[in-house]
Design a protein around this ligand. Structure first.
Ligand SMILES: [Fe+2]
Length: 211
């Protein structure tokens, strides 16, 4: 992708994110403050020069199924804008999970930060990310200091919080994990594909697995 195409498809993605977040802040007033905080960061992002180098991971092979699933749901326009820009994105993982979760898990997941660490635009308090896990996987209980909201694109993933039984959650609706609340995700037939953000009270610290 040349710089001009890259910047133009990024602006389309930025527009889709702002439109999605604006709509969600109206639909979910309890989350409006957090959503607006992230939207303001996205609105004012300035692209770096030179542009970051893209990187793909083995888990990106689940993207095609993830995007197909998303295209049938309420977040289809955001998925479309993401799909167009995705070849320019840098996919990463929480590397310290490799020891606990194994190579097989690592080969089936990844995320890409628009804002945050190792991101398109570095930010030390806010993360805005797209996250994928392949079918038939368990992202076990973990927690983090940052306040977090997921907006799943669709699918049959079971989302667990605290000690409650993991359950399916509707596409396009927020799943809010407050600071240090243990949470987990169990994928079944579809990949997990979600937009998510973090707002950290201090410099971002990585998630940790928990009992
Ligand atoms: Fe989380």
């Amino acid at each position: 992708m040349n710089r001009e195409d890259y910047l133009s498809s990024f602006e389309t993605l930025r527009g889709a994110l702002l439109s999605f977040l604006g709509d969600r802040s109206q639909a979910f007033p309890d989350q409006a403050t957090a959503i607006t905080t992230v939207a303001n960061e996205i609105r004012t992002m300035v692209m770096p020069d030179p542009l970051p180098r893209p990187r793909r991971l083995p888990g990106c092979r689940h993207l095609a199924a993830a995007l197909e699933m998303a295209r049938g749901g309420p977040m289809a326009s955001l998925a479309e804008a993401f799909a167009a820009f995705e070849p320019a994105m840098r996919w990463i993982q929480t590397q310290h999970y490799r020891q606990a979760l194994g190579h097989d898990y690592m080969d089936n997941y990844g995320y890409t930060n628009i804002l945050g660490y190792d991101a398109l635009i570095p930010h030390d308090r806010v993360i805005a990310a797209f996250f994928v896990i392949g079918p038939g996987r368990h992202y076990p209980r973990h927690h983090h200091e940052a306040d977090e909201i997921y907006f799943p694109f669709g699918g049959d993933t079971l989302w667990g919080q605290n000690n409650e039984e993991p359950q399916p959650r509707p596409a396009g609706e927020p799943i809010h994990n407050t600071a240090w609340l243990p949470h987990e995700m169990i994928t079944r037939d579809t990949p997990l594909f979600t937009f998510c953000f973090w707002i950290s009270p201090g410099p971002i610290k990585l998630a940790q697995l928990t009992d």
